[in-house]
Every structure is written in structure tokens, then in C-alpha cells.
Design a protein around this ligand. Structure first.
Ligand code: NAD
Ligand code: TYD
Length: 367
């Protein structure tokens, strides 16, 4: 039977990739995207689906409980997939309030609306699902020798971002245990891929190489992150919606740990090779070091470390592997090449984000 999804944060990086994935795989389902279009939201990321009869976009805030209730009721939503969040650790250090507002208060507003419509008003007491998209950062930091995070690792968030996500995870859990809301939660490792806002490490490095800007490495660059191609995250959520046990949490990851400095050097090498094999790139990006047969690694610049910088994240995906049959489809080699090519082929998307012209367009559209 066709489902009706409410996808919060669907104009963000992972949400947009999820919407593409979902509408391609389940074209009979209806997908309503709710997104506030903050600095991180980008309607251009949803251009490919905007004319689909089964797709609706609503600009709005997840803190607006009355709006959520209206959407759940009027669209007959049975599945809510919650991506909307403030997501950048550095911004949470300089301005934590927005993180508490959206990640904690906003998640609670969604839970209250879902409980009211699905349970209290009885719209769909049996076959609803509230899936909460969270992060491995709630588990805190690992040393080089620690085992990877499992679902039973104690929460120990260190940044305002991860603390706000941890709070939201607890609220989701409580709404299941107290009220019987049918919830699942996924805690995923760092994602990379198309439509990633160029303030995060991988897209920042790619776009800075193309624009001949410094590649800032925080501290000693030896911090480790566990990278997953974004569509593999969408596949994991799909499996949880299909086979996940209500009230459970699932860690999603691809066992792919990289020190930051190594990943930055790898991207430099791949980019230099791309320029060497395709002379058209030098014409399109004449300022790039690689356009003049230089070494992109010369752009690497060590800068002051992030305060409270977590040293290592790593996901143990054994539960998702054994209980859901989850395996990433993409290797890091294929995923990073796809990502590089996407940024090379879609300069319009990221240049409009970076020069402010996208923001001006949104203001004109929505005020
Ligand atoms: P993102 O910052 O790219 O996108 C967030 C989206 O949420 C944007 O479109 C923004 O406009 C929207 N939004 C923000 N506040 C809102 C509000 N109050 N109401 C409605 N919409 C609002 O983030 P992302 O990287 O796509 O992350 C999506 C989710 O996945 C987040 O919950 C994040 O914690 C989680 N996550 C991210 C990663 C990662 O590597 N990026 C890894 C694991 C989990
Ligand atoms: P980021 O992409 O912000 O993700 P997160 O902090 O959620 O893991 O950063 C990934 C890693 O890269 C993290 O250890 C911080 C580091 N980093 C840099 O060294 N330089 C940068 O300019 C950025 C944005 C991140």
C-alpha cells in the first residue's frame, strides 16, 4: 500500500538525498517535505523531483506544532522521517541557542504533534512510524584503541550540537516508552556525497581546491571520522522503516575510518589526477593550483583546533548488519569519486550557495 511520508529537513544534505532515493524507489508513495530553508536548506537540491505528482514542498518550522498537526492530518501522513536539525558543530560552539531550539524543542514539537494526531485523535494508532535521524556524535569521543560505538555505548556528548541531538534521542525514546508512539532511531556516522553544504570538511576541501583557497586543517589533523556515502544512509533508514523493531535504535556505518589529514590529501591527489586527465578542467577552473600542474596539497594550512574537538568516531554496524541485512553499496573509492565528479559537474549549485545569490532568491520567493 502506498505510504505518505512527512520528511523534515528534506532540503538539507541528507534529507534531499533521501527524498531522491525514496521517490525513485517508491514512486507510488507521497512525500511531503517540510523545511524552514535555513542557511543550510536548498530548494535547488530538490529540483529533480519538484514536478513529481507525489511530491509536495512546505516551507515551515518544526517548532510550529500547529503546522505539523495540520500536515499530518491533511495529508494523512503515516511515516515521519525527521532530518531537520542544526547540524554544524562549529556553529554550535559560537551559537548554541539555535541548536537547542530546533534539535530539542523542534523534535519535541514533532513528537507532541505525532502523539496528538496518530494516538490521541486516533488517525492512525497502529501503522504509524516516527523515525528519528541522529548521529554517532551522541556517544562522545574514542581513543585510537577503543572499540567502535555500539547501540549500548553510554551517551557522552561533548559539543552543544551532539548534546542537543542526544537530548532529542532521549525525548524520542521517552515518547515510545511513555505513550506508545511507534518510534525508531538511527545513529549514523559522518556522511559525504552530493548536495553537501560547503562548510563541512569534504565539500569545503573540494570547492576550495577548485577556487584556489586554503584547506584549513584543525589542530594536528589526526582526528578520525568514519565516512559513509549519503545514499547508503538513505538505504539504512529504508531498511529500518521496513524491518526495524519499534523502540529500537540502529547504528549505521560502513567501517571506513580516516584521519582528517589523510582524507584531505586523498582528495588533493584525486583532484590533481582529474585535472591531469581532463584539460577542460583547467579552462573551467583556471585559478586552481592543479590547473597549472601544481600540487593541491600546497593549499593545506594547519589552523587553531576546534574547542572540545572529538578525537575519533567509529560505528560498529553489527546490529544493522545482522538484524536488517544492512551493507553499504558504495566503497569509499567509488563514493568519493562520485562526490568529486558531482561538485565538478554542479558548480552552479555550490557557487550560488557560496556567493549568496541562492539566499537572495529565497528571500524574493518567500520573504
Ligand atoms: P543539513 O544542515 O544539511 O540540513 C538540515 C536541514 O534542516 C536544512 O534543510 C534546514 O533548512 C532544515 N532545518 C533546520 N532547522 C529547521 C527547523 N527549525 N524547521 C524545519 N527545518 C529546519 O543537515 P544534514 O547533514 O542533512 O543532517 C540531517 C540530519 O542527519 C540531522 O538531524 C543530523 O543531525 C543528522 N546526521 C548528519 C550527519 C552528517 O554527516 N551530516 C551524520 C549523522 C546524522
Ligand atoms: P565536519 O565536516 O564539520 O563534521 P563533524 O565535526 O560533524 O565530524 O568536520 C569533520 C572533521 O574535519 C572534524 O574532525 C573537524 C575537521 N575539520 C577541519 O579540520 N577543517 C575544517 O575546515 C572543517 C570544516 C572540519
Amino acid at each position: 500500500m502506498a505510504r505518505v511520508l512527512l520528511v523534515t529537513g528534506g532540503a538539507g544534505f541528507i534529507g534531499a538525498n533521501f527524498v531522491h532515493y525514496w521517490l525513485a524507489k517508491y514512486p507510488e508513495d507521497n512525500v511531503v517535505v517540510l523545511d524552514a530553508l535555513t542557511y543550510a536548506g536548498n530548494l535547488a537540491s530538490l529540483d529533480a523531483v519538484k514536478d513529481a505528482a507525489t511530491y509536495t514542498f512546505v516551507r515551515g518550522d518544526i517548532c510550529d506544532q500547529a503546522l505539523i498537526e495540520k500536515l499530518l492530518r491533511e495529508h494523512g501522513v503515516d511515516t515521519l522521517v525527521h532530518f531537520a536539525a542544526e547540524s554544524h558543530v562549529d556553529r554550535s560552539i559560537t551559537g548554541p541557542d539555535a541548536f537547542i531550539e530546533t534539535n530539542v524543542i523542534g523534535t519535541h514539537s514533532l513528537l507532541k504533534a505525532a502523539k496528538k494526531i496518530w494516538l490521541d485523535e486516533g488517525q492512525n494508532p497502529e501503522n504509524h512510524r516516527f523515525h528519528h535521524v541522529s548521529t554517532d556524535e551522541v556517544y562522545g569521543t574514542l581513543t585510537a584503541d577503543d572499540p567502535a560505538f555500539s547501540e549500548t555505548t553510554a551517551y557522552a556528548p561533548n559539543s552543544p550540537y551532539s548534546a542537543s541531538k542526544a537530548a532529542s534521542d532521549h525525548l524520542v525514546r521517552a515518547y515510545h516508552h511513555t505513550y506508545g508512539l511507534k518510534v525508531t532511531t538511527s545513529n549514523c556516522s559522518n556522511n559525504y556525497g552530493p548536495f553537501h553544504f560547503p562548510e563541512k570538511l569534504i565539500p569545503l576541501v573540494i570547492t576550495n581546491i577548485l577556487h584556489n583557497k586554503a584547506l584549513p586543517i584543525y589542530g594536528d589533523g589526526q582526528q578520525v571520522r568514519d565516512w559513509l556515502y549519503v545514499v547508503d544512509h538513505a538505504r539504512g533508514i529504508d531498511l529500518i522503516l521496513e524491518k526495524g523493531v519499534i523502540g529500537e535504535t540502529y547504528n549505521i556505518g560502513g567501517i571506513n575510518e580516516w584521519a582528517n589529514i589523510d582524507i584531505v590529501k586523498l582528495i588533493c591527489e584525486l583532484m590533481d589526477k582529474a585535472f591531469a586527465s581532463d584539460p577542460a578542467l583547467a579552462q573551467r577552473f583556471p585559478a586552481a593550483v592543479a590547473a597549472n600542474a601544481g600540487d593541491s596539497q600546497s593549499l593545506i594550512t594547519y589552523v587553531k583546533d576546534r574547542p572540545g574537538h572529538d578525537r575519533r568516531y567509529a560505528i560498529d554496524p553489527a546490529k544493522a548488519n545482522s538484524e536488517l541485512g544492512y551493507q553499504p553499496a558504495e566503497t569509499f573509492e567509488t563514493g568519493i569519486r562520485k562526490t568529486l565528479n558531482w561538485y565538478i559537474d554542479n558548480t552552479d549549485w555550490w557557487e550560488k550557495v557560496m556567493d549568496g545569490s541562492y539566499r537572495n532568491w529565497i528571500e524574493k520567493q518567500y520573504g
